[in-house]
Design a binder for this molecule. Structure first.
Ligand SMILES: Cc1cc2nc3c(=O)[nH]c(=O)nc-3n(C[C@H](O)[C@H](O)[C@H](O)COP(=O)(O)OP(=O)(O)OC[C@H]3O[C@@H](n4cnc5c(N)ncnc54)[C@H](O)[C@@H]3O)c2cc1C
Length: 299
């Protein structure tokens, strides 16, 4: 198909004439691929973008996400488009075949995803956040963590977020105060408030996996306490949420992406939700809690 979303001539020039992407297929990881499979992926992304993402770009912009009865409502076209995208398998384009991925070179995947962003930057944000979340767990999580969270994300059943910012800490992440208190069973209980979390709440997937930056009490102050090399990454099991944990979405559209973007809760708080660490660390932790579990536990 030939859409006006991106210039295929420009993409071909960048991928094949300038970057010589097909040479990557000489590496064992990409040996199953060829220029033909690269083109197939570009065609697929273009078709999904043109047929399912572009048509509701304006509608999503004029009908902002709203909160009704404590639930975030988006126009139905968003979920329909994301369901189609999930079925393509492109969410796991660059991931290992062991988790259902295509082991596609990142440069080709980025070119393909360019079609989705050109079509609808708001709707495309959900899967891209999820890919980032899954990649982090693939890099630092255990096999059990991959099974529990990455596989459902790859299938499009769960979506993911990155929870870094707080009301008093945007660029200055060294100032975060959300804390993760170690428990006897090796888990952490989480206390704090995050803000501006894209895709932080919605009804588009069975669950939402939050990766949240936090400090472990007693760790070094400032940026050393949350450096990448010393941070832990963790999440909570869906059933491990204690009764005092709460989260709420004050305003789904207080901060939005450029057009019809994912709802970005103004404020999301946790009081004692359980998280589990993934990866080495001593002074800070990433934690996550599926939103549904938080809701169930809200008091
Ligand atoms: C639509 C939207 C979606 C978002 N989604 C997420 C999300 O999913 N997850 C998440 O964790 N956060 C998210 N955020 C928050 C975002 O990461 C922060 O807004 C960002 O980090 C900037 O922080 P701030 O807004 O507090 O601005 P500030 O940090 O207060 O910056 C204000 C101004 O000061 C400048 N400035 C800051 N520090 C310095 C410095 N050291 N030197 C020179 N200039 C400086 C900045 O460039 C800027 O112009 C989102 C924000 C928006 C608007």
């Amino acid at each position: 198909m030939s859409s006006t979303l991106l210039s295929r001539r420009d993409l071909r020039f960048l991928l094949y004439e300038w970057l010589d992407a097909p040479r990557l297929t000489e590496r064992p990881r990409y040996a199953e691929h060829s220029r033909e499979t690269f083109d197939d992926v570009l065609d697929l992304a273009e078709r999904v973008a043109a047929e399912h993402f572009a048509p509701h770009n304006r509608a999503a912009d004029t009908s902002e996400p709203t909160v009704e009865g404590g639930r975030v409502r988006t126009i139905p076209q968003v979920k329909a488009a994301l369901d189609v995208f999930s079925r393509t398998g492109l969410l796991a384009a660059t991931m290992d075949s062991s988790v259902g991925g295509m082991q596609l070179p990142h440069v080709v995947s980025a070119a393909a995803f360019g079609y989705l962003q050109a079509a609808n930057v708001g709707t495309s944000a959900y899967p891209f956040l999820t890919v980032g979340n899954a990649n982090l767990l693939l890099a630092h999580g255990s096999a059990a963590q991959v099974d529990t969270f990455v596989r459902p994300m790859v299938q499009g059943r769960f979506f993911g977020t990155m929870c870094l910012s707080e009301p008093q800490a945007g660029s200055s992440l060294a100032d975060i105060t959300t804390r993760a208190e170690p428990q006897d069973d090796g888990s952490h209980r989480l206390f704090g408030t995050k803000m501006w979390i894209s895709g932080g709440d919605h009804e588009l997937a069975e669950n939402i996996v939050h990766l949240v930056l936090a400090r472990i009490p007693g760790g070094p102050p400032g940026v050393k306490g949350i450096s990448r090399s010393s941070c832990r990454r963790c999440w909570s099991a869906p059933t491990a949420c204690p009764a005092r944990a709460t989260t709420w979405c004050w305003s789904a559209s207080t901060t939005r992406w450029a057009t019809g973007g994912p709802p970005t809760p103004c404020s999301t708080s946790a009081r004692g939700c359980t998280g589990r660490t993934a990866g080495p660390g001593r002074s800070a932790t990433w934690w996550g809690s599926p939103t549904r579990a938080w809701r169930r536990c809200s008091t």
